[in-house]
Design a binder for this molecule. Structure first.
Ligand code: X90
Length: 280
């Protein structure tokens, strides 16, 4: 496949589209309050949004991109790999599928692969990096698509959240789960389940215990020193502390830290960490 005509399209749940070799485009989701609509593009001032939300107590929600917005991101590319947030929690995947179908009907010689990440944030970035590597190695479109089929056995996402309120208010977890997490000092550690939903693993009292629980659960999921991508919502210190903890056991681990974009900041809330990692 000609890498010059190949693009990677991610919805903004991926947090960043910082281009590597192949061009990457982010398709924004939106965060909506009764006062403002935040478009989760590279221009969004995420810190200002977080500050707004800290004092806002009204209703808030999010919305996924529509097919036209995905089509615009496909541009004139001939080979497109599009990765979305889990289809179990968002309509983004279906919107991308619709866009892909129309795009290929209009341009039968072009190819679009839409991949349901069953996850979000940093795990999407690991998938995007793997696609890029395979393309640059000269793999065919079909070979890369095939590789994606079982990619999920090779990556995982563990998260730590201080509040599940926005998730519960928008029906993504139960109010009961949110209530349990609302106790002062309690952090919920969980993972993206095989079905692409939030699965609670542990409730920890205090940040240190929670970081240890993240590492223990990563190991239980098969982590053995591979790549790690950490997204944090206003909690860089916790992300650094987690990195240090991981490096104790795996000095060679390749780790990277970045702030959450708008969508993940809204749902992970302040103090939240999302950890994508390679298994094995
Ligand atoms: O379509 C929409 O409006 C977007 C809805 C997204 C809802 C869930 C976002 C979760 C973001 C929270 C912790 C990690 C969860 C992993 C789940 C697979 C981050």
């Amino acid at each position: 496949m000609n890498e010059l005509n190949t693009v990677i399209v991610l919805d903004s749940s991926a947090d960043t589209a910082a281009a590597k070799v192949l061009p990457r485009t982010l398709v924004p989701l939106k965060i909506i309050t009764s006062e403002k609509e935040y478009v989760d593009s590279a221009e969004l001032d995420v810190s200002a949004m977080i500050a707004d939300l800290r004092t806002y107590s009204g209703k808030s929600s999010t919305s996924c991109p529509n097919p036209r917005e995905f089509t615009a991101a496909f541009g004139e590319a001939e080979n497109i790999f599009c990765i979305t947030i889990t289809a179990s929690l968002s309509g983004s995947y279906n919107a991308a599928l619709t866009a892909a179908k129309e795009y290929m009907e209009k341009h039968p010689e072009r190819k679009v692969c839409v991949f349901n990440s069953l996850s979000t944030g940093p795990e999407i970035l690991l998938v995007a990096d793997a696609i890029e590597k395979a393309v640059l190695e000269g793999k065919s479109f079909e070979e890369v698509t095939e590789m994606l089929q079982n990619f999920h056995n090779k990556t995982g996402l563990i998260f730590m959240l201080e509040s599940l309120q926005n998730l519960a208010n928008n029906g993504r977890v139960s109010q009961l789960a949110a209530k349990a997490a609302s106790v002062l000092g309690i952090r919920v550690v969980g993972k993206a389940s095989d079905e692409g939903t939030l699965e609670q693993l542990e409730k920890c009292l205090g940040g240190k215990k929670a970081l240890k629980a993240i590492v223990a659960n990563m190991k239980a999921e098969g982590y053995a020193g591979g790549e790690v991508s950490i997204a944090h919502c206003n909690s860089e210190e916790a992300a650094s502390a987690l990195t240090a903890l991981l490096k104790k056991d795996f000095p060679e681990a390749k780790t990277e830290i970045h702030p959450c974009g708008g969508l993940c900041s809204f749902y992970a809330e302040e103090g939240g960490l999302l950890v994508g990692f390679r298994k094995g």
